[in-house]
Design a protein around this ligand. Structure first.
Ligand code: ZN
Length: 269
């Protein structure tokens, strides 16, 4: 299990370093430059700060990690999938797909239910989208997500291998699709048949509700297509989409870690 933690961290850091280098070399959009906007350094400090706090709290709540929990659950033979005797590769494949669909619906729920939106808006209040935005989740949202995944593990009997694979993929894809880059047009056209590309995900970060209530997927785009939330094109070109939340125009005020942690409890919607 320790090996898996190392592999997971290695993949995470590799993709993060790769995407941050590409963003520095070929940025798709410029950072808004006004006295009210947060500098890159302030944003990164806040966004990475949230990651550190969330990771520490998650470890305190579930020291064995989700995969450890899955190992325990499968030793007890908990979950529906134990009743089907699937070959291991199919068992893992189905489980990863189930988890991905679950995260799609969880994401929709966090947009739909006001008390959950209070948490998720921390992610959307970022006025710029880059790799660090992929790490910008309120610790309570991370804990809620941990709980939802734990319930799914028990209910479906998801194997530890699938949980680890999914966590690696989810982290990797989230950094990939938040990166401030744009794939070459012909590659983008092909990639968006399967994946949530950067251009597609920036539509989800638009200030327009009709656009942010679409493209909820984190990895494959099929859930949005299947459940009717796919938007292929925003009303503005990709480099002109107004990103963030209209109720948080002053990014500087909220970009520091304390402001981000407090955001769900403030009275703003
Ligand atoms: Zn969202």
């Amino acid at each position: 299990m320790d090996d898996m933690v190392t592999i997971r961290l290695g993949v995470f850091l590799t993709i993060l370093a790769l995407m941050m280098s590409l963003e520095a070399l070929f940025p798709a959009r410029k950072l808004i430059n006004s006295p009210q906007s947060a500098s890159m350094a302030t944003r990164w400090l806040g966004n990475f700060g949230l990651l550190v706090i969330s990771s520490v709290i998650a470890r305190l709540i579930l020291p064995i990690g989700l995969a450890g929990f899955a190992l325990y659950a499968s030793a007890q033979q908990w979950g529906l999938l134990h009743y089907l005797s699937l070959p291991l590769w199919l068992y893992i494949g189905v489980s990863v797909l189930l988890l991905d669909m679950l995260i799609y619906w969880q994401h929709r729920l966090f947009h739909r239910i006001p008390v959950l939106w209070r948490l998720h808006k921390v992610h959307h209040a970022d006025r710029h989208v880059d790799s660090s935005t992929a790490l910008r989740f309120h610790p309570i949202e991370i804990i809620a997500s941990l709980g939802i995944k734990a319930v799914a593990i028990v209910l479906f009997g998801l194997p530890a291998e699938a949980v680890i694979l999914f966590e690696i993929l989810l982290n990797g894809f989230a950094i990939f699709n938040h990166a401030n880059i744009r794939l070459p047009a012909n590659i983008e056209k092909l990639a968006r048949l399967v994946l949530v590309t950067q251009v597609l995900h920036r539509i989800h970060h638009s200030q327009l509700m009709i656009e942010s209530n679409s493209n909820f997927g984190f990895s494959i785009i099929w859930w949005d297509k299947l459940f009717g939330t796919y938007t292929a094109q925003a009303s503005k070109p990709d480099n002109q989409i107004d990103i963030g939340l209209t109720q948080y125009p002053n990014a500087k005020q909220n970009a520091w870690l304390g402001g981000l942690l407090w955001m769900p409890f403030s009275n703003k919607k």
